[in-house]
Design a protein around this ligand. Sequence first.
Ligand SMILES: CC(C)(COP(=O)(O)OP(=O)(O)OC[C@H]1O[C@@H](n2cnc3c(N)ncnc32)[C@H](O)[C@@H]1OP(=O)(O)O)[C@@H](O)C(=O)NCCC(=O)NCCS
Length: 233
Amino acid sequence: MCIVTHYNKYYRKLLLLQILMPIHFFARDIFPALIRPINNVPAYATFGLPDSKHYICAMNAKTPKESHTIMNELVLPNDTNTLNNLMGGRLLHWMDIAAAIAAQKHCNRIVVTASVDNVSFKHSIKLGDVVTIEAKVSRAFNTSVEVRLDVWAENIPSGTRIKSNEAYYTFVALDHNNHTVPVPELIPESIEDMVLFEGALRRRQLRLILAGKMKPDDATELKALFFGEEEGK
Ligand SMILES: CC(C)(COP(=O)(O)OP(=O)(O)OC[C@H]1O[C@@H](n2cnc3c(N)ncnc32)[C@H](O)[C@@H]1OP(=O)(O)O)[C@@H](O)C(=O)NCCC(=O)NCCS
């Protein structure tokens, strides 16, 4: 019963997002002059409308598609260990680059890696394989974004392609003085985007607790997952 209630609440939220999204993008496409920023100053600010940080973020909102990044690498001898498998560190480096490109596309800013969630290596990737890394922003917070990564290894001669990794990286947007700056909101489009968006709050709370930046008591979304919504509050 409890699971059914949780499931219904979850899908009600997704449904609401699905209704609101087309309205936002319709407005963005029909009235671009009003809502697209010129030199980072939203045009509506000059009309005396409220200039709150939240409003600016909402009006500059982007979709995951806008940050979608695909990177390909060929595994060469210099990338491998003595077993002729791709070194884990090299893969993490490539993933960091793909994720940083996606984060920059979303933020239009310099970004720095704040954290890398646990990455497990399910299958070894062999010398000569082609690695494909797909990255997209899964949720934007205040000055940080979470980027979701999917990694595939393809052996072209044999025609095999396997999913080797999934991971989440977090980036923080900085200005030229290294000060953190607000990032545009993310509006999920597909069901997959929405599922990633919903889970991002819990992942954020977990990583901030592990980094010593949040008290477990304040992690309401995470607590709700284990103890139900009432206990989480
Ligand atoms: C990441 C960094 C900018 C955060 O600076 P800070 O002074 O801790 O900033 P704040 O506490 O104000 O946090 C800023 C944002 O970073 C996020 N953040 C900070 N530490 C984090 C962590 N370990 N994991 C995830 N997010 C983190 C905060 O949640 C906050 O996001 P929000 O504004 O969306 O809520 C700073 O620690 C830094 O410059 N680190 C080095 C980055 C770097 O060199 N990366 C490459 C290393 S290999």
